[in-house]
Design a protein around this ligand. Structure first.
Ligand code: GLU
Length: 390
C-alpha cells in the first residue's frame, strides 16, 4: 500500500520531527527493554544509558516524565513465579515485589546525575475522575517545578481487571494528555509502524510520519504478533489517538539499543534512528482549551465585577476577589461559565474549588483564603490555563 494513501507523508525525506524541540516529554519504557527475559534482572547498563539521555534532556531545559513497566517482570522472578502464565492475583503480587526494585533502580541510576526520582502509581480512575485527575496533575506539575523526574507505573496491586489499563502505552498517553505534555516517546521492541508485518512481509516499509489515524493506519496495527511486548501495535495506535487528541505528538521507536532516547534527537532523514512520528493538528494548550470550550453542560456560573472582566480579557486568571455571585452545584474541576454583571458570557473554565468553598472565598483576596478555608488552596478561582474566553 502506498504510504501517501494513509494520511502519512510520502517519503522519509519529509520527516523532520525530532526530540530536541520537546518541552514536556514523556518516555514510556516497556518491560522487554528494562528486564532481562531469562534472568528477570534489570538491565542496568541499558538503564544507565537511558538515565544519561534523560539527564541530557533535562540539561537543555526539557521536562521529563518516565512511565515505566517492568514491575511484574522483575517481581515474578523474585517470588519464584516463573515458566507459566500468571493469574491476576499473582501478577499483582509480582508487581508489589517488583515495583520496589524498579523504583530503586531508577533512583540509583538518576542519582548519578543528581536527579531526584519520585514514584507515582496510578489507576485508570485517577486519570478519569475529575478531582483525582486534577490532583495527580498538580502533583506531577509540582514535582517537575522542583526538578524531580516522576517515574510512573500503573498501580497494579490494587487495579482490578475492570479498572486496569493493563498496558502502559495507553497509561502513558493519558498522562501526556493530563499534564499537557507535547511529546510522548514509546520505546518498544519495534522501530515504528509498518505498512504490513515486517516479520511476514519483506516488502513492508516503515511509515515515518502519520498525521491522521485513518482506518488504513488502524488496519496496519493488526493483531499483536507473538514475541512483541504486551501492548503490541494495537495499544500503541490507541495511545496515539489519546495523545493526538490532547495535542501531543507521539513517536514509536526501537528501544533495545543503548541511548535509544538521544537517538531520536535528530530526524531520521538526518541520521536519527528510524521511527514513526504521530503528529497532531494542534498544540496541547490549544487542544485542552478546545476541550474546555466544547463543554456544553457547564455546572455553574460565576458573575464577576468589571475589574475582573477586564483582567480576563487581558488573559489573566480569575481571582476569588473578582467574583460577585455564584450559581449552580459544582465540584473542583467542573466547567463553569463566567459572566459579566450584565449577563454577557465572558469565558468558560475549570473551577479550582467546589461550590461551598467558592462561596466562602468569593470577594476575598487570595492571601486571605487560607484563613477562611482552613487550608491553602489555589490562589485563582479559575487558572488562566483552564480558562477560555468566549
Ligand atoms: N504495569 C505493568 C508492569 O509494570 C506493565 C504493563 C505493560 O506491560 O505495559 O509490569
Amino acid at each position: 500500500m502506498p504510504a501517501d494513501a494513509t494520511g502519512s507523508e510520502s517519503s522519509s525525506e519529509d520527516a523532520t520531527a525530532c526530540l530536541r524541540d520537546a518541552r514536556r516529554l514523556i518516555v514510556k519504557i516497556g518491560s522487554a527493554l528494562l528486564v532481562d527475559e531469562t534472568t528477570g534482572q534489570i538491565r542496568r547498563e541499558w538503564l544507565d544509558a537511558m538515565a544519561d539521555d534523560v539527564a541530557l534532556c533535562r540539561s537543555r531545559g526539557q521536562e521529563v516524565i518516565i512511565v515505566s513497566s517492568g514491575a511484574i517482570a522483575v517481581g515474578r522472578e523474585h517470588l519464584g513465579l516463573i515458566g507459566r502464565p500468571l493469574r491476576l492475583e499473582e501478577k499483582q503480587a509480582a508487581a508489589a515485589t517488583g515495583q520496589i526494585r524498579l523504583a530503586h533502580a531508577y533512583q540509583e541510576t538518576l542519582a548519578r546525575h543528581d536527579v531526584t526520582v519520585a514514584q507515582i502509581l496510578l489507576t485508570l480512575d485517577d486519570t478519569e475522575e475529575r478531582r483525582r485527575h486534577l490532583n495527580a496533575r498538580a502533583t506531577i506539575d509540582t514535582l517537575l517545578k522542583l526538578g524531580a523526574v516522576p517515574v510512573i507505573n500503573e498501580n497494579d496491586t490494587v487495579a482490578t481487571s475492570e479498572i486496569r489499563f493493563g498496558d502502559n502505552d495507553r497509561l502513558a498517553a493519558r498522562v501526556a494528555q493530563m499534564v499537557s505534555a507535547d511529546t510522548l516517546v514509546l520505546l518498544s521492541d519495534i522501530d515504528g509502524l509498518y505498512t504490513a508485518d515486517p516479520k511476514r512481509d519483506p516488502s513492508a516499509t516503515l511509515i515515518p510520519e502519520v498525521r491522521e489515524l485513518t482506518p488504513d493506519i488502524e488496519g496496519m496495527a493488526g493483531e499483536p504478533p507473538p514475541g512483541y511486548s504486551s501492548g503490541g501495535m494495537v495499544t500503541k495506535i490507541a495511545a496515539a489517538r489519546i495523545a493526538m487528541s490532547g495535542g501531543c505528538r507521539m513517536v514509536i521507536a526501537k528501544g533495545k539499543r543503548m541511548n535509544a532516547l538521544s537517538a531520536l534527537d535528530r530526524p531520521f532523514s538526518d541520521g536519527g534512528a528510524p521511527c514513526t512520528w504521530f503528529l497532531p493538528g494542534a498544540e496541547p494548550r490549544t487542544a485542552r482549551k478546545r476541550w474546555i470550550a466544547g463543554h456544553i453542560n457547564a455546572r455553574g456560573t460565576l458573575v464577576v465585577d468589571d475589574g475582573a472582566a477586564a483582567a480576563l480579557s487581558r488573559g489573566s486568571s480569575l481571582l476569588p476577589a473578582g467574583v460577585v455571585s455564584i450559581d449552580g452545584d459544582f465540584q473542583r474541576g467542573d466547567v463553569l461559565v463566567v459572566r459579566a454583571r450584565d449577563g454577557r458570557e465572558l469565558a468558560r473554565g475549570l473551577s479550582a474549588y467546589a461550590v461551598e468553598d467558592a462561596r466562602r472565598i468569593m470577594g476575598h483576596h487570595s492571601q486571605d483564603t487560607a484563613d477562611i478555608l482552613g487550608y491553602r488552596g489555589r490562589a485563582e478561582m479559575i487558572h488562566r490555563d483552564d480558562l477560555v474566553l468566549s
